[in-house]
Design a protein around this ligand. Structure first.
Ligand code: 5GP
Ligand code: ZN
Length: 118
């Protein structure tokens, strides 16, 4: 792990240095419950490799980006929210509210989520 990644919260979760409630894991992807859930189901799906945001991940590893979305779908099935509907969200940059600069896909559901951005 590089010095920059040693400072990254989600790299530390991938490395097992910080505990997380893992709901899904594959070779390239890890998914765990958000520590401050904004809906009854709130899971973060991340690439194990460090990329600062979704667009950087998609440019470098398009196949892993697709895996995040597929994992989100599998998690929605597992959580029983697939049929009712759920929201997938990538915050990108400070003005959008991104606070952890390791790409992560929010999976939100389990209640009425309102309009486009809630
Ligand atoms: P962002 O605002 O960057 O899109 O989302 C970061 C998310 O990470 C937030 O929803 C926040 O609650 C979550 N988070 C921050 N620290 C931790 C942590 O240590 N563990 C877990 N599981 N989630 C965290
Ligand atoms: Zn990282």
């Amino acid at each position: 792990m590089s010095a920059a990644q040693a400072e990254c919260l989600f790299c530390r979760i991938v490395a097992g240095q910080i505990p997380a409630k893992v709901v899904h894991e594959s070779e390239n992807v890890l998914a765990f419950r958000d520590i401050n859930p904004q809906a009854p189901t709130h899971v973060l799906v991340i690439p194990k490799e460090h990329h600062p945001h979704a667009a950087a991940l998609a440019a470098a590893r398009p196949e892993v980006t697709a895996e995040l979305v597929a994992a989100a779908g599998a998690i929605a099935e597992q959580e029983g929210i697939s049929e009712a509907g759920y929201r997938l969200l990538f915050n990108t940059g400070e003005q959008a509210g991104q606070t952890v600069f390791h790409a992560h896909l929010h999976v939100l559901g389990g209640e009425w989520l309102g309009g486009l951005v809630g």
